[in-house]
Design a protein around this ligand. Structure first.
Ligand code: TRP
Length: 451
């Protein structure tokens, strides 16, 4: 059983070294685990909540996409896409909005922080609060529940949102699951082992402190940023204290234990800060130099990036589209055609365009349905390990012909057996006479397919 890991990256801003060490690098390493099925996406709908500058949104999406690919994310292995390319996500957001308690969302940190700030300033509590900000956790719940993620790696500030996704998913399961788990309930994972890098001034590296080191600037920009790292005023030759130097902490984020020990010794024996900065530059340049070239090559070919992301969206939608269809059904948004009708429905003519449709379940198994010409479901097959086997079985049913089939009636449904094995079942009917009418429509459908 694989674990589905999903995380979103809000597309405001340009990734810096702290994002790389804290999120990008560990996520890419995790995506290489053969047990992992990774879904990583650009949360560009979320970006619209915080940013109303279209150029910045566009730039940031491109830069972040290029960064993840340049750092080694394999889009064949992971599913890498833009949130805004998956129309099922806003649609699911609405289904979830209708079950999410307003009281639950009142407690969301980001919203509460805005309200508190307004109150402090003597303003209306909701001044400047959009419905986007207020509903932010529901959109995030849709991101997560859409793909039935088991694990959601996030920063501490996002744990509450993942818990809200659990709450909302649980409520939906309870209301509409009819005893089945429609949604997997996700768990937040906080990567304890990963480095939280200090910025130039020693506080946590963060855009809001303006103390970041750019990830893929030129070598020159990297050098300039490193030159601005604050150190104490010990002169060359004076011993430096590695444990009180954030320059050393930064170095540790990228060095092997042997390199770390050597650097520590050098500092203790009086290495000049200028030299120490040169060592850090060399280390970072070795780790990032090739990725930087890949990054610039990708950014210069935006249409290649577009292709990669659209392929990722198509892959994600192979899961999202049928699942959303199931969710719509579960809340009552169903085709009128699938409504059970009385036996007198003028079905004879309708059976002309009966057809098999095959699909893949969330657990990876394949199934087919036999639909009557009007879309009514006549049969649903058992699970097959691969689509070929499912196709071959449906082919056999047609070849055997309606009369040779082993149809077995149960109380309010019937089953189709082939070679002594249960192959497919009808839906449940209201009573035995409807069941028999359904069987008759199945024979008609098969006759039309054989013709
Ligand atoms: N809100 C997250 C952040 O700001 C980004 C995000 C959006 C996300 N959707 C998600 C993270 C789904 C994990 C899962 O960091």
């Amino acid at each position: 059983m694989t674990t589905r890991i999903l995380t979103g990256i809000t597309t405001t801003g340009t990734p810096h070294l702290g994002n790389y060490a804290g999120a990008i690098r560990p996520a890419i390493v995790a995506s290489r685990d053969p047990q992992a099925d990774s879904f990583y996406f650009l949360a560009d709908y979320h970006a619209l909540i915080k940013c109303d500058d279209p150029l910045r949104i566009q730039r940031s999406r491109l830069e972040i996409a290029a960064t993840w690919l340049a750092c080694g994310l394999d889009p064949e292995r992971a599913t890498f896409y833009r949130q805004s390319d998956i129309p099922e996500i806003p649609e699911l957001t609405w289904l979830l909005t209708c079950v999410a308690g307003k009281g639950l969302l009142n407690r969301a940190h980001a919203y509460k922080a805005s309200v508190d700030k307004n109150l402090e300033n003597g303003e209306d509590p909701d001044a400047g609060v959009t419905m986007g900000l207020f509903s932010y956790p529901i959109l995030m719940a849709a991101d997560i529940l859409m793909f039935n993620a088991h694990k959601v790696p996030v920063g501490r500030d996002q744990i509450q949102h993942v818990e809200m996704a659990r709450d909302i998913g649980q409520r939906f399961n309870h209301l509409f699951g009819a005893g089945k788990e429609l949604f997997t309930l996700p768990e937040a994972v906080i990567e304890e082992g990963v480095a939280t890098l200090p910025g130039l001034d020693g506080r946590k590296m963060s855009k809001s402190y303006d103390n970041t080191i750019p990830l893929f600037g030129s070598a020159r920009q990297l050098k300039d940023a490193i030159a601005r790292i604050v150190t104490d005023s010990r002169a060359p030759g004076e011993p430096k204290d590695p444990d009180n130097s954030h320059l050393f902490t930064l170095y540790q984020g990228f060095a092997t234990p042997t390199q770390q020990a050597a650097f520590r010794d050098e500092l203790l024996s009086g290495l000049a800060w200028g030299e120490a900065k040169q060592r850090l530059f060399q280390l970072l340049d070795d780790e990032l130099g090739e990725a930087r070239e890949r990054y610039h090559a990708l950014v210069e070919r935006p249409s290649d990036l577009e292709d990669i992301l659209l392929a990722g969206a198509a892959k994600a939608r192979r899961t999202a589209t049928p699942f959303l269809e199931q969710l719509r059904e579960s809340v009552g948004l169903r085709s009128f055609r699938s409504q059970a009708q009385g036996p007198a429905g003028g079905r004879k003519k309708a059976a002309k365009g009966a057809r098999f449709v095959s699909f893949r379940e969330r657990d990876g198994s394949f199934h087919f349905r036999l639909l009557a010409a009007d879309g009514e479901e006549l049969l649903l097959s058992r699970a097959f390990a691969d689509p070929k086997a499912a196709g071959a079985a449906s082919q056999r049913v047609v070849e055997e012909g309606a009369d040779a089939l082993d149809l077995r009636a149960g109380a309010n449904r019937f089953a189709l057996w082939l070679d002594g094995e249960l192959l497919a079942q009808s839906p449940a009917y209201a009573d035995a006479s409807q069941r028999d009418a359904g069987m008759a429509r199945l024979r008609e459908a098969l006759a039309s397919l054989a013709a």
